[in-house]
Design a binder for this molecule. Structure first.
Ligand SMILES: C[S@@+](CC[C@H](N)C(=O)[O-])C[C@H]1O[C@@H](n2cnc3c(N)ncnc32)[C@H](O)[C@@H]1O
Length: 235
């Protein structure tokens, strides 16, 4: 299938990942890094006003399970996987991911700022869960052992976001750098506006992403064009 955007190292497909992942070469993916629809019927407030496709509580989980099935043949035996989840739906993500991966643990992305909910009678939901899984063959992470709390990666401010649940590129770059060998391939089946692809581009890793909504593909392509130009200027 024709990519929506492509460079030597980065490929973005517009469409349903459950179709596109079937075409990936066998045992080609070193890292699955993804932020699937959380299954929380997310409704963005404010300027973007956009709901996330496939984000109904059961639908999000079904899409994630099916994506893993479509990608199964493409995962290297020594791959690592990172999957962002909401605190309420992570047990379902754990079950879905366990069918394909050895779950190694959960990381906490500490966002250092509150969130919505019952402000007077609950603790602030100032974190997101990131499940860490791996293939059957062990491959060490790069560098010395770190703790599971990911702090120092502030959320993208609302005014700067191109996607309602956009993740900070430096957080994704940290995960890619620790888990993906030089020249390795990162896969993001739910690419949104391409934060994972931009992180891979900055680190000189290869990456494949798939995104269902064309407006997000457009934004991702713009970011990747700009990122490529900045790297060329710096070279
Ligand atoms: C939580 S968002 C990812 C945001 C991304 N991490 C970013 O920083 O921009 C999930 C994305 O998955 C997309 N999506 C939902 N179902 C999909 C499918 N079947 N195939 C590909 N993308 C899908 C949605 O359109 C949405 O942009």
């Amino acid at each position: 299938m024709k990519p929506y955007f492509q460079t030597d190292t980065i490929t973005l497909f517009h469409g349903d990942c459950r179709d596109h992942l079937l075409g990936l070469p066998s045992e080609s993916v070193d890292v699955l890094l993804s932020d699937p629809p959380y299954g929380m019927a997310y409704e963005a407030k404010g300027r973007s006003g956009a709901a996330i496709r496939a984000d109904g509580s059961r639908q999000g989980m079904r899409v994630f399970r099916q994506a893993l099935t479509s990608a199964g043949h493409a995962l290297k035996p020594d791959m690592h996987a990172f999957v962002f989840c909401h605190w309420e739906s992570w047990p379902d993500f754990y079950d879905a991911a366990s069918a394909h991966l050895r779950i190694k643990g959960a990381l906490m992305w500490w966002k250092a700022r509150g969130g919505m909910g019952d402000c007077a009678a609950s603790f602030a939901p100032d974190y997101e869960v990131v499940l860490h899984g791996a293939g059957p063959k062990r491959r060490p992470l790069a560098g010395k052992r770190h703790g599971a709390v990911l702090a120092g990666y502030p959320p993208v401010p609302a005014r700067a976001r191109t996607h309602p649940t956009e993740k900070p590129v430096n957080l994704l770059a940290y995960l890619v750098e620790r888990s993906c060998p030089a020249g390795g391939l990162v896969l993001d089946p739910f690419a949104g506006t391409g934060a994972t692809l931009v992180a891979a581009q900055q680190l000189g890793r290869r990456a494949v992403g798939v995104e269902l909504e064309e407006r997000y593909c457009e934004a991702a392509a713009r970011r990747l064009e700009a990122g490529g130009a900045a790297l060329r200027r710096a070279a």
